[in-house]
Design a binder for this molecule. Structure first.
Ligand code: SAM
Length: 266
């Protein structure tokens, strides 16, 4: 069970729409689809699938894809998108609602996609390691795992460690029905060396410029770095096929890159 008891994507239904309005990038999705084609993968698992930013294009490219997510609100939005696509593509998709940290993952996949900075959803290196371990169990022998995260090496950046200062954060924005969300984050704990960061989070919901709801919760994060991922891959004896410095202006990984993207084989 995850240390974080609250999934911030499941606090307020409009969060899913705000997510889709903000996260519109497609370079990583195209990158993943090219890898799946190049390496002959047919059957794909995407834990942390959210509203389907990666999952739906995978299905539209004729791969069979299973998504896992534990936010009912994100899955509801994903479901309504799935209803709008042709039935032959819809048949490529299966969605499982569950917490990746305690669910028994399905298996026999050609590839598992740990994309979209998904390790940042998890509270500790142990949780991240357990997710990679489950990905290892879900993929066939000779199958592939894609891992793509912001690269925070060695220590928490100083900018993360200004405690008790409130910052605007996700989810912030306006929805089609006029509802406005304002998210805030106050860092309350920062262990620079072990990269454990905790924050109090707050969400205000406005309708017609009047506040109608307010939610508060706490989160813990462990931003992962290249070296930690390398260590986990070695433990599982996964073969590194390639490492890039992200999927935007594609280049091989270099020290100091702000993103680390792995394609590894079991
Ligand atoms: C940043 S979104 C990413 C969605 C999608 N992969 C993308 O890149 O657009 C993270 C998703 O992970 C889900 N999530 C976070 N923690 C989870 C957990 N422990 N188990 C299952 N899903 C989780 C959230 O509900 C959310 O939908």
């Amino acid at each position: 069970m995850s240390i974080n008891k609250v999934n911030p994507y499941n606090i307020e239904p409009h969060t899913a729409e705000i997510y889709d309005n903000i996260e519109t990038q497609t370079h990583d999705v195209e990158f993943i689809i090219n890898l799946l084609k190049k390496y002959g993968c047919k059957n794909v698992l995407e834990p942390f699938c959210g509203t389907g930013r990666i999952l739906i294009p995978i299905a539209k490219n004729n791969f069979k894809v299973t998504g896992i997510d534990n936010s009912e609100m994100m899955i509801n939005r994903l479901d309504s998108k799935i209803e709008d696509i042709p039935v032959e593509i819809r048949n490529n998709i299966k969605i499982i609602k569950g917490d990746v940290t305690n669910l028994d993952w399905p298996s026999n996949y050609d590839a598992v996609i740990l994309g979209g900075n998904c390790f940042f959803e998890l509270a500790s290196l142990e949780e991240q390691e357990s997710v990679l371990y489950k990905a290892y169990g879900a993929v066939n022998n000779n199958g592939y795992i894609f891992i793509d995260n912001d690269n925070i090496e060695n220590r928490l950046p100083d900018s993360w460690c200004k405690l008790n200062v409130e910052n605007k954060s996700y989810p912030t924005g306006k929805c089609q029905d006029g509802t406005e969300l304002k998210g805030f984050s106050i860092p309350v704990f920062a262990d620079k060396k072990n990269k454990i960061w905790k924050a109090k989070r707050r969400l205000e919901v406005y309708k017609d410029n009047k506040i109608v709801n307010q939610y508060e919760w706490e989160i813990q994060k462990h931003p992962i770095g290249y070296s930690e991922i390398i260590k986990m891959l070695k433990k599982l004896e996964l073969k590194i096929v390639n490492i890039w410095a992200g999927t935007k202006n594609i280049q091989e990984y270099y020290e100091g890159a702000t993103r680390a993207t792995f394609w590894v084989q079991k």
